[in-house]
Design a protein around this ligand. Structure first.
Ligand SMILES: *Cc1c(COP(=O)(O)O)cnc(C)c1O
Length: 218
């Protein structure tokens, strides 16, 4: 299957999952995760009409995307755990940073926004499975951090994001995140990957991050 065909099939599955959940297909945005894949693959997806892309690493994103700005219109989401010392590069590069997860990173992003004069959308990542190796704020600290970020970033803070533990039923994680977003009046809910995006859409996802089902295995 080509990238173009994969994109078409994923978009069909997204639309069907949305309709099955009583939602509008247009409520769900596909974030095409191009990490480890070459610029040629990104271009192929762009030529097929894909607009929103996701990358994990700032350095890799920097090598692939800025040169495309001159010729293509796209939104780049950063979806990997972010080091504080990369905040400025992230703000310069990204249209959305989905992994805001601690006060010091919020400080660094706020400073970077002031210096760079760019205002990427921000999502708070929650480590819903309390996995020590994963980024994301803990469930217990989420409410307080969300309130702090709302007062600090205002409408730049659009939503929440999570990556449930592998091999576990993701539903309770998706439901928990959807609940928190609703409670805080946050509109974007980034959850669901190649293996579980339909389940995430049933739970209310508005951004699904799909990599291998579009670009092939890594
Ligand atoms: C790699 C990655 C994805 C995409 O995963 P696939 O299983 O390839 O669809 C989504 N979200 C995050 C945070 C990732 O790191």
């Amino acid at each position: 299957m080509s990238i173009v065909e994969n994109l078409r099939r994923i978009q069909d599955r997204i639309a069907n999952a949305a309709i099955a959940a009583g939602r509008q297909p247009g409520d769900v945005t596909l974030v095409a995760v191009s990490k480890t894949k070459p610029v040629a693959a990104v271009l192929e997806a762009m030529q097929a009409g894909q607009i929103v892309f996701g990358e994990n690493r700032v350095q890799e994103a920097e090598g692939k995307f800025p040169a495309l700005r001159a010729t293509h219109r796209f939104d780049l989401h950063l979806i990997g755990g972010l080091q504080t010392n990369k905040a400025r590069d992230a703000v310069r590069l990204a249209d959305a940073i989905e992994t805001l997860d601690r006060p010091r990173l919020a400080d660094a992003i706020a400073a970077a926004i002031a210096k760079e004069g760019r205002q990427p959308k921000l999502s708070i990542e929650v480590n819903t499975g309390s996995e020590p190796q994963k980024s994301g704020i803990s469930r217990d600290d989420a409410d307080g951090f969300i309130d702090d970020c709302k007062s600090r970033f205002g409408s730049l803070l659009t939503g929440l994001m999570c990556v449930p533990p592998q091999g576990e039923d993701p539903r309770p994680h998706f439901d928990w995140l959807a609940n928190r977003a609703a409670k805080h009046g946050l509109a974007t809910l980034s959850m669901g990957m190649s293996a579980d995006f339909e389940i995430a859409i049933a739970a209310g996802a508005t951004w699904v991050r799909v990599g291998s089902a579009i670009f092939g295995s890594r």
